[in-house]
Design a protein around this ligand. Structure first.
Ligand code: ATP
Length: 324
């Protein structure tokens, strides 16, 4: 395992994803990551070609989307997009349709009206078979991790690797070990999900998502119910995945610090509409009283506390973890 002293944990987006991966499995993980990065670069080119004229097509977009449950209107004429390799944060108070939006992007829910485009394709009328193809490209990290409870952490992460059918068992073992080290939960292969804290489960869920080499990852409230240090670590990881794997990400969050750190753009949902769509700087400069109120309330809820830098790897014994 790489040295994990405090001075070696710079945790910026340029720290190699494999910096904490043991020397014995690093080559396998590096090869796996290089494959993923190349695939994502190809995906970006594919959507770049899809736009009209010289305009690149977005990787994901909501195009005038409407959604109601009975008489209850959740989304009313909502539009936004995410370019390939970029990160969008979906912000808004409870119950405004953030999770409903993610479920539509995964094809679990259909819009009543409007179009949903994923991987540059209009998935609005896709049948289940075609949606499964899309779900190979776009994967979701659920709040609770959505791990299989009856199998070990290692088996959970190995699952998508086995599905590929082209990897030998020793390659699977190495990639699983390396991915767990990469997301800061080294040595937890043999534990059951029920042995893990919420933050650890989320890290394992990210490792499992990465094992499927997605082009995009959708995160539902990644910092809910985790402490500020864990939130910082997850944020660093998502940023490095963007920087080094060119992953496209959508992050649903209430956490403005997190959004500030990650977002190329934000969409703010309010009373069924996309009240704001643009950069975080533009949102902060907005004179819209609803946005100003949201930002003011957030600064009350989240005082500007300094989070100490990560200093050590999390071990099953300590229950404390850090990523590079
Ligand atoms: N399948 C469903 N059937 C009926 N109503 C639903 C369904 N899914 C979501 N809703 C309702 O749609 C609204 C938006 O839900 P959603 O989960 O997207 O909110 P959210 O913005 O993610 O909130 P939170 O931040 O609290 O998670 C809620 O009022 C919810 O009860």
């Amino acid at each position: 395992m790489a040295d994990s002293t405090a001075e070696n944990h710079t945790t910026d987006e340029h720290t190699p994803l494999t910096a904490e991966v043991s020397a014995d499995v690093a080559p396998a993980v590096e090869e796996f990551m290089a494959e993923a990065a190349q695939q994502n670069a190809d995906a970006k080119e594919a959507v770049d070609d899809a736009g009209p004229g010289d305009t690149p097509g977005p990787y994901i977009s909501f195009d005038h989307v409407y959604k109601s449950f009975g008489d209850f209107v959740v989304l009313h004429d909502v539009s936004f997009f995410v370019n390939a390799g970029e990160t969008l944060c979906i912000l808004g108070r409870s119950g405004v349709g953030k999770s409903v939006s993610l479920q539509m992007l995964m094809g679990f829910l259909k819009p009543d009206k409007g179009r949903v485009l994923v991987a540059g394709e209009d998935i609005t009328t896709f049948n289940e078979k075609k949606l499964q193809e899309i779900r190979r490209k776009v994967t979701m990290v659920f709040q609770n991790g959505a791990l299989f409870d009856s199998i070990t952490v290692g088996e959970n992460v190995a699952f998508p690797l086995r599905e590929r059918g082209d990897l030998a068992e020793d390659q699977i073992f190495q990639v699983v070990k390396g991915l767990l080290e990469m997301v800061g939960v080294a040595g937890m292969e043999n534990l059951l999900p029920s042995d893990l804290s919420t933050g650890m489960k989320r890290s394992v869920a990210i490792a499992r998502a990465l094992a499927s080499q997605p082009e995009a990852v959708l995160y539902d409230e990644p910092t809910t119910m985790v402490d500020p240090l864990m939130a910082q670590l997850l944020g660093d990881l998502i940023k490095r995945l963007k920087q080094q794997l060119h992953l496209t990400s959508i992050v649903v969050t209430h956490d403005m610090r997190f959004a500030k750190k990650l977002a190329d753009r934000v969409v703010f949902l309010h009373e069924g509409t996309a009240r704001f769509f643009g950069t975080m700087e533009e949102m902060e400069e907005s004179q819209d009283p609803i946005l100003q109120e949201f930002l003011a309330l957030d600064s009350l809820v989240l005082p500007d506390q300094d989070v100490p830098p990560a200093t050590s790897g999390m071990t099953p014994e300590s229950g404390i973890r850090a990523i590079p």
